[in-house]
Design a protein around this ligand. Structure first.
Ligand SMILES: [Fe+2]
Ligand SMILES: [Fe+2]
Length: 221
């Protein structure tokens, strides 16, 4: 059986169309949203700062149960860093050396300060920072959705909810401290005030996550 010129042309057309569609797919994989790329880079570096801060926080505590709880939270932050990096790699977003250095310094400084500022303040400021971190992930989820990308929804939603659990843990640890009412007034975080609108007892679920954090302005970190 002989192969005609028409058949050869047909094969080349199919191959050429496949190459074109694969090029289009690759170009879609690059994230065309500078704000979102920067938010991912910042989250990646800030998660390490949080981990270092919690290493210092845990080593400043005496109660074994409190130490264990902080170590679990530290591990959550390492896990988040790994998950954020996986998303960044998908879009070839580089790790920012500048942010890595900046947040390394912040994390180490906070970790060291935990040894000299008593028990209350490390819990208070950790809770305040976690409160802001919650919406960072929900905002990223919504930005991805605005680009038509929903495959990171579950991961970003779970990271946001986990940060909320951290916030609640920290407020629980200091809710009976007399200093809290004064700090809450000055720093706008505490039993009554939060930087996010997530209710752990009444979560909306990933499909309605777009309803969260509408008033949140990124940049707390
Ligand atoms: Fe985290
Ligand atoms: Fe956290």
């Amino acid at each position: 059986m002989s192969i005609t010129l028409t058949q050869i042309h047909l094969v080349f057309s199919v191959v050429s169309e496949s190459i074109d569609s694969s090029r289009t797919y690759c170009s879609i994989m690059k994230l065309k949203n500078h704000q979102l790329s920067r938010a991912l880079q910042t989250a990646y570096s800030a998660e390490r700062a949080a981990s270092y801060a919690y290493i210092g926080h845990a080593s400043s505590l005496k109660d074994p149960d409190e130490i264990e709880a902080i170590r679990r939270i530290e591990q959550d932050e390492w896990d988040h860093r790994r998950e954020v990096l996986a998303i960044m790699n998908e879009y070839e977003i580089p790790v920012s050396r500048c942010l890595e250095w900046k947040y390394w310094c912040i994390g180490r400084a906070i970790g060291l300060s935990c040894h000299v500022i008593g028990r209350f303040m490390p819990y208070f400021f950790a809770g305040k920072l976690e409160s802001g971190n919650v919406c960072e992930y929900f905002v990223m989820l919504k930005q991805f959705r605005s680009l038509g990308i929903t495959r990171h929804d579950e991961d970003l939603y779970e990271m946001g909810v986990r940060e909320k659990e951290h916030e609640i843990h920290f407020i629980e640890m200091i809710k009976d401290e007399p200093w809290l009412r004064y700090f809450e007034k000055v720093f706008s975080w505490g039993v009554e005030a939060s930087a996010n609108d997530i209710e752990l007892e009444d979560l909306l679920g990933v499909h309605r996550a777009g309803a969260y954090c509408k008033k949140f302005r990124s940049g707390i970190r």
